[in-house]
Write a protein that binds this ligand. Structure first.
Ligand SMILES: Cc1ncc(COP(=O)(O)O)c(C=O)c1O
Length: 391
């Protein structure tokens, strides 16, 4: 029996790890201040290349919504990625980072007219829909676009269900393709999203089987498709470890070969990974601003919170591990970690025992590259973390 190491995989799982040491964090904090988000270019490249090599048949369109930061977009463009945007502002961020409109798909299924027309005018031609009301917008404003029909997906293992709001039932897909065809707009692609932080690649296989039925239906009703978009969902390690990126992607490529392989070159496969590419590649550096006793428990106030990069706790259900220097040699106690705003709901965690922290001490938070700064708002006029790139 071959082992994982025989297959060239370093480990079957991955755990959350900072991209910098505490010494590097101190040096960065000295120069740039805190809070700071440190992006590792080499970690990003490693993830990008792992996905490419384990899914050789799949083109990657990075989901900019996960992190539209210039450094992330610029690096991914240099590595060879394309990009998925869902608004004109995301398109502009991608253009600023050097992407061209032909390297973009637009994946918002329900757009404002301005979002649609501005992106179209700038040159984007691939747009998503999942309902008749969206077809009417294309017919009126942008008839010569390529449409991507999004299917709802029923995922068993994903933390965030992205089909609660968007995606048509697979049984309604044939009708929608027919309606678009009759209205004179071209449906060229099928997409789905198994849900974000998908923990089991078997969910993709189940969805691919459904997508194949819709694909075949398209041929039967005279609307043959060209592109299959398998969405995002690739997981990242937070407090819990997850399957390695290599194994996850390898299993997806196998599922694609099994379900669509007989169609050969007539299908172009694409994916829209967000979290799986970028989450692990950034580490947040925060500083302890103050400490106090609150009903017998020590409360530490740090210089970032729910209105900053920790907004992922609110919007993304993320559970970030907090790391302190020499933790293994220091006794741990229950404590409260609070964000810096005046909102008493701005609590980062109550359930992670930590050593007795000094005011001024640094805390590192790994897996901060996705759905963190993207949803930060800077409430109270406080700074949101600035990005610093390291190799
Ligand atoms: C349409 C679409 N594509 C891709 C993504 C990225 O998903 P993930 O970060 O889980 O890879 C999302 C996330 O919300 C999405 O809505």
């Amino acid at each position: 029996m071959s082992t994982l190491l025989d297959c060239g995989v370093q480990s079957a799982t991955r755990v959350a790890q900072p991209v910098i040491s505490f010494d590097q964090a101190k040096a960065i904090a000295e120069v740039h201040g805190t809070p700071a988000l440190v992006l590792s270019r080499s970690a990003l490249q490693r993830n990008y290349e792992a996905m490419r090599s384990e899914m050789p048949g799949v083109e990657l369109f990075y989901a900019a919504k996960a992190n539209p930061e210039y450094l992330v977009l610029k690096n991914l463009r240099e590595f060879g990625s394309s990009v998925d945007v869902c608004s004109y502002r995301e398109m502009q961020a991608a253009l600023n980072a050097g992407f061209t409109p032909d390297q973009m798909i637009h994946t918002h299924p329900c757009k404002t007219i301005a979002n649609l027309v501005d992106c179209y005018t700038e040159g984007l031609r691939w747009f998503t829909f999942d309902a008749p009301s969206e077809i009417a917008k294309f017919v009126k404003h942008t008839p010569d676009v390529n449409l991507i029909l999004r299917l709802a997906a029923s995922s068993q293992s994903s933390l965030i269900n992205l089909s609660a709001k968007f995606g048509c039932a697979p049984k309604d897909a044939g009708d929608l393709m027919r309606q678009a065809h009759q209205a004179g707009v071209n449906v060229k692609a099928l997409s789905f999203h198994v849900g974000s932080q998908c923990l089991n690649p078997a969910d993709f296989r189940a969805m691919l089987l459904q997508a194949r039925q819709v694909w075949d239906e398209g041929i039967e009703i005279g609307c043959p498709l060209e592109v299959l978009d398998i969405g995002g969902g690739f997981p990242a390690p937070y407090k819990s470890e997850v399957i390695s990126l290599e194994l996850f992607c390898r299993s997806l490529q196998e599922a694609l070969d099994d379900t669509f392989g007989d169609l050969g070159d007539s299908v172009r496969f694409i994916a829209e990974p967000g979290r799986g590419l970028v989450a692990e590649c950034a580490t947040l550096i925060v500083r302890v601003l103050g400490k106090s006793n609150r009903s017998g428990t020590t409360q530490y106030v740090i210089d970032d919170g729910l209105y900053g990069a920790f907004s992922g706790i609110v919007y993304d259900h993320a559970e970030f591990p907090l790391l302190v220097e020499n933790a293994e040699h220091r006794p741990h106690r229950p404590c409260i970690i609070a964000g810096p705003t005046c909102d008493s709901g701005d609590i980062v965690c109550r359930d992670q025992p930590l050593p007795d922290l000094e005011v001024g001490e640094l805390v590192l938070v790994p897996t901060m590259g996705a759905y963190s700064s993207a949803s930060a708002c800077g409430f109270n006029g406080l700074d949101i973390p600035r990005y610093v790139e390291v190799e």
